[in-house]
Design a protein around this ligand. Structure first.
Ligand code: TXA
Ligand code: MG
Length: 510
């Protein structure tokens, strides 16, 4: 397209310069394009009721014409002008979440052109909260159609420098209004059927909507990775949010993610690639190689949402070839974060659960009690960890010792069905982590089996309590001996699980 003279202006959202904003409104009224901040991402706006103006949006973004635009408004009266009728569900959602990061899909009136809706009979409408956005709509005296202000396919812009990178010379005006608070685009929710359906996850979550109506669905296309299911939101069918670098997404147990990223990072560097790692506050210290950037804090996913697109663009600015990205818990806002990361990535590594093998001598006391305690906590906390146990010289089928059964019974853990197993090469190979009760157990395994160096630790070595200190063998001891052994094991097990879930307090295990 021909280069346009773009005017770049700055407006303080807390002290709006109405002279500049009126100039922006005049551009909209005259059929021009203005990029403005919203609380989600920057929008590329034009008069929603002017087809030629909307055409300019598609051209500037290089957006496929079958991907409809969102229309932005500031009052419920404006909504009545755009849509056939406002269903009760829409009124309730508007009352709770407007102005805010919610876009509703409703049946359109004739006044809304098929250019805006890409031929659909429905229209997407949102009432933004950002003061610059809402004042611009009011001054323009028309609804403003605005998709995210990125070049089609790139990550949405969350600050003015992203916008300038993509859109300078393609629009009439860019308003720099600082960083967008939320950082991910609005939730798109279809209200045309009885049960609200989320077509694009965002700041208003499934859990939020369920609180109001008891029920809320996801469009099947966004929960199943099946290319044959056509998404109801046309935008979801495109690869999206992609920086120039290739993004590889690692899913599964976080400890496994970190270890796999560490290994892959080395391999890619050896192959001459420049590698970026998208880490979090909790995981950053585990990595030694590559360009490590922190996208946020896992205990506060809002921080991850608000910085995700910015970090994807930062990696491009740093010139990396590959971005290795950790996955996130996909509940709440995590669903939106994972939706964008899935779309940004060209390859996914499903690492699944971590498999732990606990080893002692006969597999009737220490490793058996450890397994029982670990399974019980894994179950309570719903952790993605598998655990089993075996012995170096076990008698196959032996039951757990009486005192082991007794002391664990008091913790509500039943060992009566345990049967001893002899450790095998296959068991060791299939495990991600092998924890022995003593240094001697570890040495025997290392001598007898190959390739265990990276994954075998004594229990106390792994928890960093003491490299040489063993879990003493209670075999043949009385109840008190077993009791004190179980107390010791419980402390160690909690530490192991803390490390494997990578809690805030965990030190990296080098
Ligand atoms: O937060 C946001 O929603 C930002 C700011 C600027 O408001 N806007 C935004 O717009 O993300 P855009 O165009 O990048 O994404 C709009 C999404 C697309 O996936 C599009 O396919 C979908 O909404 N959409 C628009 N109209 C629709 C309709 N009638 N039915 C289903 N999906 C629709
Ligand atoms: Mg977009």
């Amino acid at each position: 397209m021909d280069k346009i003279n773009t005017k770049l202006v700055k407006i303080d959202p807390n002290n709006i310069d109405y002279e500049i904003l009126s100039e922006a409104a005049l551009i909209i009224q005259n059929g021009g394009t203005v990029i403005f901040p919203t609380e989600t991402v920057y929008g590329l706006g034009a008069d929603a009721l002017n087809e030629d103006a909307c055409d300019k949006i598609f051209k500037a973004k290089g957006r496929p014409s079958d991907n409809p635009l969102i229309v932005h408004i500031t009052t419920m009266e404006e909504l009545s002008e755009l849509v056939d009728e406002i269903p009760q569900n829409a009124k309730i959602l508007a009352k709770h979440f407007w102005p805010g990061p919610l876009t509703m899909i409703l049946n359109k009136k004739d006044i809304v052109s098929y250019k805006v809706t890409a031929g659909l009979d429905t229209v997407a409408v949102r009432m933004p909260k950002n003061k610059i956005a809402s004042e611009l709509i009011k001054l323009s005296k028309c609804p403003i159609a605005a998709p995210s202000a990125n070049t089609s396919g790139k990550p949405s812009p969350t600050n003015a420098s992203h916008v300038v990178d993509d859109m300078f010379g393609k629009v009439d005006m860019i308003i720099d209004g600082g960083s967008c608070e939320i950082g991910l685009e609005s939730s798109v929710i279809d209200i045309t059927s009885e049960t609200p359906t989320i077509l694009r996850p965002g700041g208003v979550t499934k859990e939020d909507v369920e609180k109001l109506f008891g029920k809320c669905d996801y469009d099947p296309a966004i929960i199943k990775s099946d290319d044959k299911i056509i998404p109801k939101s046309p935008g979801q069918k495109y690869r999206h949010y992609s920086p120039k670098a290739e993004v590889i997404l690692y899913k599964g147990n976080l400890y496994k993610i970190v270890n796999t990223i560490k290994n892959d990072c080395k391999k890619f560097i050896d192959a001459g690639k420049k590698v970026g790692i998208m880490a979090t506050t909790q995981t950053k210290d585990f990595y030694n190689d590559g360009i490590i950037r922190i996208v946020g804090d896992r205990t506060n996913p809002i921080t991850i949402a608000s910085d995700l697109f910015n970090e994807l663009r930062n990696f491009d600015a740093l010139g990396v070839d590959i971005i290795l990205a950790e996955a996130f818990d996909d509940r709440g806002i995590g669903k939106a974060i994972m939706n964008r990361l899935e779309k940004a990535s060209s390859k996914k590594n499903e690492l699944g659960k971590i498999k732990i093998l606990l080893v002692c001598t006969g597999n009737t006391c220490r490793s058996t009690m450890t397994e029982g305690i670990m399974k019980s906590i894994i179950n309570d906390k719903n952790l993605d960890i598998d655990v089993s146990s075996a012995g170096i010289s076990a008698i196959k089928g032996d039951k757990a010792s009486n005192n082991s059964v007794l002391v664990l019974n008091e913790l509500g853990i039943d060992l009566s069905s345990h049967r001893a197993k002899q450790v095998t090469d296959k068991m060791l190979r299939e495990s991600d982590l092998v924890l022995t009760m003593t240094k001697q157990h570890k040495d025997i395994l290392l001598r007898s089996f190959k390739g265990l160096d990276d994954k075998i630790y004594t229990l106390k070595e792994f928890t960093k309590d003491n490299k040489s200190f063993d879990i003493q063998d209670p075999y043949g001891g009385n109840y008190d001996v077993y009791k004190s052994c179980s107390i010791e094991l419980e402390i160690e097990v909690k530490k192991v699980l803390d490390i494997l879930s990578i809690s805030n307090t965990t030190e990296p295990c080098k």
